[in-house]
Design a binder for this molecule. Structure first.
Ligand code: SF4
Length: 172
C-alpha cells in the first residue's frame, strides 16, 4: 500500500531559480492527494491514465511558483510502469537528465526513494534537487473499481511508521 506524504514548502528553496522542472511520482503522492480530497484516484473515461486530483495539485504549485517568477514544466511519465519513481528504468533516468539540464532546479514530488532516483539521474549536472514532499506514514485502504470506470481508495487509514503513534482513520 502506498505511503502517505505531505507537501513541503518549496518556495524558500526555489528562490533564485528562474526555471524548475517538477518531477512527480504518480503513485503514492497521487493516491495521497486523491484520498485527502476524497476523490477518485483515476477516472479512465475522463482522464485516461492520469490522476486528476494530483494533476490539479501540481498545477496549483505551478501557479504559486509562477507568481514568484519561477517558470515551471512538468516531467511526464505517462505509462503505468513509469509511475513509480523508485523503479525507473535507466532509459527514463536518461530522459530526465536531458530535460533537467535545461532548468535551474528539479522539484521532486515523492518520497526519499523518488529523490534518490532523481539525484541519480541529474548527477553531474548543475541542476539543484529540491524535495517537494515528505513522508508522514503508511496508508491502508480498500481499492475499489466503480462505474463508469473509476478507481478509488476507500476506508483509508493512516498507519504509523515504527515508533509513531497508533493508526488514524482518514475516512471519518
Ligand atoms: S518512489 Fe516513493 S512515493 Fe513513489 S511509488 Fe515509490 S515508494 Fe511511492
Amino acid at each position: 500500500m502506498p505511503i502517505h506524504l505531505d507537501d513541503l514548502d518549496v518556495v524558500s528553496e526555489i528562490a533564485g531559480s528562474s526555471s524548475a522542472l517538477i518531477v512527480p511520482c504518480n503513485m503514492c503522492p497521487a493516491v495521497t492527494v486523491a484520498v485527502k480530497e476524497n476523490k477518485p484516484f483515476v477516472q479512465l473515461f475522463r482522464s485516461f491514465l492520469k490522476s486528476a486530483p494530483f494533476q490539479q495539485h501540481i498545477e496549483g504549485l505551478q501557479a504559486r511558483l509562477g507568481d514568484m517568477g519561477t517558470e515551471t514544466k512538468v516531467f511526464k511519465s505517462l505509462l503505468p510502469h513509469q509511475w513509480f519513481l523508485c523503479m525507473w528504468t535507466s532509459g527514463q533516468r536518461a530522459k530526465l537528465r536531458k530535460h533537467a539540464k535545461q532548468h535551474d532546479a528539479v522539484i521532486v514530488m515523492g518520497c526519499p526513494s523518488a529523490t534518490e532516483t532523481v539525484r541519480d539521474a541529474v548527477e553531474e549536472t548543475d541542476t539543484k534537487v529540491i524535495e517537494g514532499m515528505e513522508v508522514t506514514s503508511f496508508m491502508n485502504a480498500k481499492l475499489r473499481f466503480h462505474l463508469p470506470c473509476n478507481v478509488s481508495f476507500d476506508d483509508c487509514k493512516i498507519v504509523p511508521m515504527t515508533g509513531q503513534e497508533k493508526e488514524q482513520d482518514l475516512s471519518a
